[in-house]
Ligand binder design. Structure first.
Ligand code: GTR
Length: 326
């Protein structure tokens, strides 16, 4: 009898322990449109490893890459409503919800990726991040989105005039539509996942993106003319659902913020390496890269600036960004 009781106690203890471990372990779900191995996907995985270490296994992250949870616009709704805990997306699809995100999405605002990093990792980044909180999410950090340029299936683009008559897919944001129109081309907003077939079937002539996206989404196979006009450097944003965030203790919130900060530096390293690799890969596959003179592109953006930078506060924000070193 004594023997059986002891066994029962051991069994009960084991069950309690394993149940305890299971309930203390929270797996956070995160979305990304990019494939496994892409710098943003790897940075969020790294964030998850840091969380796991720093919370003694209480939190970990599962990254649903390759748009497994849907296109960016859908996943933004999922994270806002708390269906998923985390999301890594571009800042541009937030433009209509969070007004200050319009500013870093403006063409030729950042002088270089380093300038964008310095701005977004500093107090201006915090100011822009604050605007997301009214929309169901907390910004954990910003990643580098690299410089975006036009590519198309028809012809090399060396001047603004060469863009005339071409139809480009743009990210779903009015700033992008106005930018393309101001350059004399036409803009079709559509989800990222539809760009390849859009170009292949001739619905659009091309799109605009950085080298890693142009390469990893295979767009180079259907649009071999890449024009290095580098019109925008739109930061990537890594957000957490406010409902998941509000469940964290203050101590855990600090751990999450620091892990995101550390993952940002990791993403910068991964990003720089991937830009060179992707460029080499598309060149080897036959992409023709042209380097137009930028000043005429910059000059054509005046109407976009007057439309969007239309209050003294926004003018001041632009001036502070321009004055930031980097
Ligand atoms: C990429 C960005 C994605 C997505 C995509 C697009 O550069 O990393 O999050 O926004 O561009 O053009 O839709």
């Amino acid at each position: 009898m004594f023997q059986m009781t002891r066994l029962a106690v051991v069994a009960l203890l084991a069950a309690a322990l394993s149940a305890g471990t299971a309930s203390a372990q929270t797996v956070l779900r995160s979305s990304d449109t990019h494939p496994d191995g892409y710098p943003t996907v790897e940075a969020v995985k790294y964030f998850g490893e840091l969380l796991n270490e720093r919370t003694a296994g209480r939190y970990s992250v599962e990254v649903y890459h390759s748009a497994q949870l849907g296109q960016e616009a859908d996943t933004i709704e999922q994270v806002r409503s708390g269906v998923i805990d985390l999301n890594r997306v571009s800042m541009a699809p937030w433009n209509s919800l969070v007004p200050l995100t319009l500013i870093p999405s403006l063409p030729y605002l950042f002088r270089s990726p380093e300038h964008a990093r310095a701005v977004m990792a500093g107090p201006i980044g915090d100011e822009i991040a604050a605007g997301f909180e009214d929309h169901g999410v907390v910004v954990l950090g910003f990643y580098d989105g690299g410089a975006r340029s036009f590519y198309n299936s028809k012809k090399p683009v060396n001047t603004v005039a060469d863009l005339a008559g071409l139809k480009f897919r743009v990210i779903q944001s009015d700033v992008f539509v106005d930018m393309v129109n101001a350059l004399g081309a036409s803009a079709t907003p559509m989800p990222y996942g539809e760009v390849y077939s859009g170009i292949e079937t001739g619905v659009i002539d091309g799109a605009e993106n950085n080298f890693p996206s142009y390469e990893s989404a295979q767009h180079f196979e259907v649009a071999k003319y890449y024009s290095l006009d580098e019109h925008t450097i739109v930061p990537e944003v890594f957000v957490m659902s406010k409902s998941s965030w509000d469940r964290l203790s203050d101590e855990d919130k600090a751990i999450f913020k620091q892990a995101a900060r550390d993952s940002m530096e990791k993403q910068w390293e991964l990003w720089d390496a991937r830009v060179s690799e992707s460029r080499a890969k598309v060149e080897a596959a036959g992409s023709e890269i042209t380097t137009p003179e930028k000043q005429p592109f910059i000059d054509a953006m005046a109407p976009v600036y007057s439309k969007y930078v239309n209050t003294p506060e926004l003018q001041d924000l632009v001036a502070r960004i321009q004055a930031t070193e980097g």
